[in-house]
Ligand binder design. Sequence first.
Ligand SMILES: Cc1ncc(COP(=O)(O)O)c(C=O)c1O
Length: 392
Amino acid sequence: MKKEFATNLIHNGEQSQDSVSKSKTLPIFMSSVFAFDDVETLDSVYEGQSKGYVYSRNGNPGHDALKEIMCSIDEGEDAQVFSSGMAAVTMSILSLVKSGDHIIADNVLYGGTHQFLKDELSKFNIEVTFINVVEDNIEKYFKSNTKLVYLETISNPLMEVADLTKMSKIAHLHNTKLIVDNTFSTPIICQPLKLGVDIVVYSATKYLCGHSDVTGGIAVSSKEFIQNIRNISALYGPMMSPFDSWLLVRSLRTLELRMMQHSNNALKLAEFLEKHEKIKNVFYPGLKSSRANKTAIKNFTNNLFGGMMSIDLYAGERGAYELIKELDSIKFVPSLAGVATSVSYPVKTSHRAFSDQELFKANISKGLIRISTGLENIENLISEFDRALNNI
Ligand SMILES: Cc1ncc(COP(=O)(O)O)c(C=O)c1O
């Protein structure tokens, strides 16, 4: 029978990938579901006897390519990818705690993570104690029901660095797991699993992507922990789109080069800003004068310290507003880690949900500007900051 328009439109073009040569780059598997020849094949995929895919909420070839790269550079056994960094954070936390449990968390964390720990988990009767993981004696805060310690490799926005080897030993002595958000460092600078951390989480939106065009998240850990995370993620459903996983695979090809250049530029910029008369304090773990420097050298590899820093202005809140206006090619954006240098104002962006008291406790001042150092020529960068600072 002659095939009519509707049939041709629906079924033609399905076999266009038949070819003796292969695509040079990973194709985009833009398919929400996969087709099977028979029930036996579907069964064998579900039972793990054959390698295959069923439904993209549970897995997609693009996700697997991304996981393979992340496991290799983080030295993890398995990984899970998500539609955002917050999904990686929340799914990883929820995989380890239940009603009645207790968590110890750093009081200087990305604002969304802080809000989830403080406001959302209380609904599930999960208690969280916020401490300063660098200054406080963490031993004092463990309880019989403590299940998790949560911190960031380089804290947002004050760039504090906790000793991860020490933290993981203490957590394990108390039969507690340690999750670390490694977004600011990436595995190029720090490999937390090698230091004893149980689960590493990332906002892939930042350096792993690096081009400000993907929102995503990744968790890397042992097979067992990732299986638990995968089980609940399939139910909550915050999955990465196949296109975003393809963009991230493309981005990861240049991660090492980018992190080296972000770090080299940031160190030179921090050394310049440290001497500037308009600036009270520069928070950058690569500076010899930074209190984070010694621990950073211990935790980090390759003598790189990343692209993130914060500056505290003598002119306070007014100075912060003016600096943002004065900067020209350096844009004010509530994110970080793109190829272009950008600035953010934590009290109005990432830490907007913090009360004045919480900001004070976390030492986040209204004169604090966070800088994400990009890949531009360093002399041009320094000159733009110098001109803008001199005008405030
Ligand atoms: C350190 C850190 N972790 C997690 C997140 C959340 O990631 P996302 O915005 O991709 O959900 C952010 C976002 O800025 C972050 O800076």
